[in-house]
Design a protein around this ligand. Sequence first.
Ligand code: C2O
Ligand code: CU
Length: 704
Amino acid sequence: MFSLLISLELGALLFFVIFSFIAAGKASKLVYNGTEKQLYRKTRKMLFWSVSLTLLAAAMAAADTMLAMTAHPLFWLDRLLVRTPLAVIPVALIWVSSFPRLRKLMQRTSGRTDTPPDVARRRLASEPAFIMPYRLAALCSLALFYFAFVPPIPFQWTAVTMPVTVLLFIACLLWMLQSRQNQLAAEAPLAYRPWRRRMKHTGVLLAAAGLISIPFLTAMENSRLPDRLSMMSGKLDYGTIGSSLLNGKQNQSHNHITKPSSSTAAAAVASIPVTELTGPRTGKADRKFTLTAQHKTVTLSSGKKVEAWTYNGQIPGPELRMKEGELIEVTLLNKDIEDGVTLHWHGLDVPNAEDGVAGATQNAVMPGETYTYRFIAEQVGTFWYHSHQQSKEAVEKGLFGALIVEPETNPSDPYEDITVITHIWDGAGMAIGADDTLQRKAIAPGTLVKLRLINTDDWVRQSYILTGAPFKVTAIDGTDLNGPTELQNVSLDLLTGGRYDVIFTMPDHPVFLRIGRGKSLGILMSKDGSGDIPKLPATTTFDPTHYGTAAETPFNAESTFDREFMMILDNRFAFYNGSFAAYDTINGAVFPNTPMFIVKEGELVKTTIVNRSSVEHPMHLHGHHMLVLSRNNEPVTGSPWWSDTLDVAPGEIYEVAFIADNPGIWMDHCHNLVHASAGMSMHLMYEGITSPYEVGANTHNHPE
Ligand code: C2O
Ligand code: CU
């Protein structure tokens, strides 16, 4: 519904721009008609343009009103207060002011003679009160366009006053010019000199372009990423202390203290460098792994070849399995990945220095270099690891793998444990690991089977459909759910980085896990591995908000929060590193102008995430798990739902909360890595933490 309404509004807006300019042009030219007949015809045509503009403005107003009736003010306040009036006011003026004159002119020219229009008719055809509403519509359409792509959100009148003042100023100027023309028309018929008009228009356009180019070029220059940039720089956002942001009082209670930082401002409190926030550096590791990053051509099960970037020569990299509480040591060696690599433990909340983000918690590991990570595997569950250096490219090409933490003691009901890590390989298509053909598995009836679903694809909503047996979703993003119930005909959808654990008991007939839209990619399980793919049922999408049973959590929606943040996801036209395009933004900006959320250790922090854009964003916070409190103002009533990669669909609003118990500088970004690499990324920073690392062209560090 939300997507439909915003597309309707945007579509109507674009047509409004085009139509209003045509209408304004036609209206301005009426006075040049040489005969009454022509004047009559052209005047009558203005009716069409007036009605079209009215319909478009009505469509916009209707879409905005519907939004206002169905969604949170953050989705529509600017639309209803700024955009609707910008369309409706000029159209209303057309009907109040232009239309009576248009009718009068039609009556007076209805003789349709070939005589030139007399003074009265010429005056009427160029009267400012007749022509200006059309021109105003054109001006307003430009303002509409501007506000659609640079939305004043969270809503502030100050963001509106400047553009509206400019608009009014130009309107006054045009009114004066039109009055002048009106006088001239009364004196003698105006000769239509197209070349002169064209020259005049070009002149005006050039002047306007010149005027606009100054702020445009400055913005372009300002957006260039510096050669070296500390991850600690950026706008600091201390959030709001106390009251809820969601009960309609957000304007009054919003007292964000946002100020530009210098590294000294951030460091003023105390200063612990992230380099000290390591896991246990000494002591014998319980488990050691070595991962060697290297180029390798890998053959998929179908025989297709992939030019991959690999860990240990395989795609995905080896599955790392460990037990809860173990001290893990992973040595990363970069053999020949020129761009450098790191290891980030996606979803595992390790100490900051072990988090593997180039430029924030370490330098990228360049060819020939090694780096050692040591941490205690504290959470049980399904995770994955990937390089967080040029992560868009690195993950796309294969620098990732599954990471499984098993409970300390073996489960009382043992299960067949199957990791399903899916990826679309460049030029080769979708595969489960490196298997791009149907997999068959022999599983004895009665066996408990656990599937660990991990979507590693960039920008792909992957659906996993299990048919042939009822199943339970036992974990989301590595955290167990409480009291999961049996599901059937439900599709499990994951965005990049998300995970689901699924459990079922093997029946004596085949069970099929289908992945993606195609019919035959998946895992067919049966007692001897043979059998046909069962027919696929119609499915609904799994919704965690009311699944399972509620349970005690360390805090909940009723808790008093020490700090509250607002995270608004949107698109807007902006510059990013010198190039102008529509970007996905966080609080109106792209990195490094995105805010940095500042917290103190021990605080209970709530964030309201709002997606005003037209696409989904899987938001991933490093180092913490967020408890989902509500979605679209509806409280989560099922099992506690802890997430590290939250799929925020267009039009959705989530309240999440976490305890600030893991000091450091943590990335918080969209895991559609194309978005992250275009600036949809920010940081959560603990007061008093500093980082000696830098990103930028003159460093090797490019985390996204
Ligand atoms: Cu999966 Cu910031 O990463
Ligand atoms: Cu995104």
